[in-house]
Design a protein. Structure first.
Length: 251
């Protein structure tokens, strides 16, 4: 099996021209190399997964140092990748995964579909117009100070309270967002770059988590190499012998 999940940093957006002449807007991501720092098994942890680390850290606390000692390096960012269940995929998975193994962008190919997870840009405390797209109050009939006001929030004497979930001013942005089913336009294993078609959440230099799309048939962050079924030779009726033909004619 080949791991198809990786951590990276968003560089920004650019455009690329395909061989067909079509131009695509792509997002460049510096992905990996990532190192496997932990293996989880169904017997010990109740499920199968691996933990990957990205970017070396100069200093970490002692508990984390002990946890990462088997991988040989200290890492700033860790992420967990669930492994598929062999019973559900129908494949015989003989995993060669080991702690310390390196995962690079070479695991992804042009045309693959990936899900990208990141944190959106933080906007701080925002009003209802910026946060929820409210239109504001009227600008006539003496309404000189209601241009960006949210309006009434009450629901009358019944129920006599502000209903939970009411759209109001508050913290906006900095939320975990996943954009699904994006196409990998190109990879550059020399510079550890992967170019994904479309926009992804987050500011420049923010951490991104890429994995094979759940809408792809080969999902769960892995490619499981299924055994090809053996194709039996078609059954061809043997030509009847002359004795059989003569017997049929006599009958």
């Amino acid at each position: 099996m080949t791991i198809q999940a990786i951590l990276g940093r968003k560089l920004g957006t650019t455009s690329m021209v395909r061989e067909s002449g079509d131009m695509d807007c792509v997002t460049a991501i510096v992905a990996g190399p990532c190192t496997i720092t932990q293996l989880k098994t169904a017997d010990n942890d109740g499920y199968a997964a691996i933990q990957i680390g990205f970017e070396e850290a100069k200093t970490v606390n002692k508990p984390m140092t002990g946890h990462l000692s088997a991988s040989g390096n200290n890492f700033k960012h860790l992420a967990e990748v669930r492994l598929p269940d062999p019973e559900s995929t129908g494949a015989e998975v003989d995993s060669p995964l080991n702690v310390g193994q390196v995962i690079s962008v070479s695991s992804f190919n042009t045309g693959d579909r990936v899900d990208v997870t990141g944190y959106s840009k933080g906007r701080g405390f925002a009003g209802t117009i910026k946060r929820h797209g409210f239109h504001g109050g009227p600008k006539t009939h003496g309404q000189s100070d209601r241009h960006r006001a949210p309006g009434s929030i009450g629901a009358g004497s019944t129920p006599g309270k502000v209903i939970k979930g009411k759209k109001m001013s508050g913290h906006y942005g900095d939320e975990k967002i996943t954009v699904q089913n994006l196409e990998v336009v190109q990879t550059d294993s020399v510079r550890n770059l992967i170019f994904v078609k479309g926009a992804i959440p987050g500011a420049r230099n923010s951490i991104m988590y890429l994995r094979r799309s759940i809408k792809d048939l080969r999902s769960q962050g892995l490619i499981v190499e299924l055994q090809e079924p053996e194709i039996e030779d078609p059954i061809v009726d043997e030509e009847p012998t002359t004795e059989v033909v003569e017997k049929e004619l006599k009958e």
